[in-house]
Design a protein around this ligand. Structure first.
Ligand SMILES: [Zn+2]
Length: 465
């Protein structure tokens, strides 16, 4: 496997530190609001990284942290009249629902910042002892000029001035000593800890250093996030972890690009801001968003439009119908040599693409070659049992990497109604048969009649109607 490493700015061969287990840390959501589709693009990328490693036979330990205390969570919980815990738990639940809707496999551990305050405190005290951190009036700060490699990830330059910044987020023009610990102020309300440090709360950056150390150890294989985390967040994580552990923190830094909407940066003020919920309310299947993300290169900006999403939903429906029709084919006839030939070339090419810095776009073209084969068999109205099994295995294997096919349940009674419709059609009772079709439609499904007088039931998609 080859990956683009932000640290070296090169595509490198992936060699795990320990063959037994790949350690993967992904910066997770700040649970202060619904995740927007830009966040979800990043989370889908994490899932692709993890699925590719697993598909390649690695055992993976994946950590995705939940930021449940920072400037934004405190501010929004207070304005919402809720405790920090009530407030963040609510959005944590929505986060888990969202990632399931786009078929993201669960990480091994989802540590919460608020459950790791002691680890952060130990680290901050250690950094002070080693001379990398110092107390100020309003908190404890990291002295960026003390860490000689500061800027190695992002290229940010440490100036000669001695400025400090208390905000969790800031830009590259503001390279400054950043807050590891923030002393309590009135605006923090009930949110504070006393753990050998002044009454207060952690800055944002220290949580990932502390949780990565606790759950994965001093040096890990992969750390990932969206490009906007390169500075200051990941730069600061390196400074904290490498100064504290005196070891290299991360071998490979992987970053996924931004998502634009109609060519512009997503912003509530521009009315181009979408959550998954917004797309669902417009009648879209969240899985069509996953397919859109996967069809793009993770290192390129992705321009989201509702029209493009319709196109992906149509593709998703085609895949769905093809696969269900394929399953329904009579398993008869002789072995077709073209099946083995196609699979023999497409599966390795697919895996090669996935291993070439997660080239999901190219991998999809190989997946669609297999879909073409499936559609050809549907036109022939039969398939040899062995060919059927071979194709099914390859589709399953490819889907293990991509996760674009997500099963859904069809209520049992719809199958009965569909059978009744079939019988009515045999008797040429068309009106009655159509009534049965409508019952199925009202339940959110539809019948697709096949060539061989058989049929399949699929989700009735709305394409944003
Ligand atoms: Zn982080």
């Amino acid at each position: 496997m080859k990956v683009y490493n932000t640290l070296s700015r090169r595509v490198e061969k992936f060699v795990p530190i320990d063959q037994k287990e790949v350690k993967l840390y992904c910066c997770g959501p700040t649970v202060y609001d619904f995740a927007h589709i830009g966040n979800l693009r990043t989370f889908i990328f994490y899932d692709i990284v993890r699925r590719t490693l697993t598909g390649d036979g690695f055992k993976v330990k994946q950590v995705i942290n939940l930021t449940d205390v920072d400037d934004k969570t405190i501010k929004n919980s207070r304005s919402g009249g809720m405790t920090l815990k009530e407030f963040t738990e609510k959005y944590t639940e929505y986060f888990f629902k969202d990632i399931d809707k786009v078929n993201i496999l669960p990480a091994d551990i989802y540590p919460k910042a608020t459950e790791n305050i002691d680890g952060m405190g130990t680290m901050i005290l250690g950094l002070m002892e080693r001379g990398y951190a110092y107390p100020a009036d309003d908190g404890i700060y990291y002295s960026v000029s003390k860490f000689k490699n500061y800027g190695k990830l992002s290229g940010a330059k440490v100036g000669s001035g001695e400025s400090r910044i208390k905000n969790d987020e800031y830009d590259k023009e503001n390279v400054a000593d950043f807050a590891l610990w923030k002393k309590w102020t009135e605006s923090d309300g009930e949110v504070y800890w006393n753990n050998g440090l002044p009454k207060g709360r952690p800055g944002w950056h220290i949580e990932c250093s502390a949780m990565s150390l606790r759950y994965l150890g001093e040096t890990i294989d992969i750390h990932s996030g969206a490009v906007d985390l390169i500075f200051p967040h990941h730069e600061n994580e390196i400074a904290q972890s490498e100064a504290y552990n005196e070891k290299k923190f991360v071998k490979y830094w992987l970053h996924s690009e931004h998502l634009l909407v109609d060519g512009k940066k997503m912003a509530k003020s521009l009315h181009n801001f979408y959550t998954l919920r917004d797309l669902e309310e417009r009648g879209f299947d969240p899985m069509s968003f996953r397919l859109m993300v996967i069809d793009a290169n993770y290192r390129a900006k992705l321009d989201f439009t509702l029209d493009a999403l319709k196109k992906y939903e149509k593709t998703l429906e085609d895949i769905d119908i093809s696969l269900k029709a394929f399953e329904a084919l009579p398993k008869t006839g002789s072995v077709d040599v073209r099946v083995a030939e196609t699979l023999r070339s497409e599966l390795p090419a697919f895996k090669e693409a996935m291993n070439e810095d997660f080239d999901t776009h190219s991998a999809l073209t190989h997946f669609f070659k297999v879909m073409d084969l499936i559609n050809e068999k549907a036109r022939e109205e039969k398939i040899n049992q062995r060919d059927y099994e071979a194709i099914s295995d390859v589709v399953q294997n490819m889907n293990g990497f991509l996760g674009i096919i997500k099963d859904y349940a069809i209520p049992e009674n719809l199958h009965e109604i569909a059978e009744e419709r079939k019988a009515l059609r045999v008797d040429k009772k068309w009106d009655l048969a159509d009534k049965k079709r409508n019952v199925i439609k009202e339940a959110g499904f539809k019948i697709i009649d096949l060539l061989n007088s058989d049929y399949v039931i699929v989700k009735d998609r709305r394409y944003g109607r």
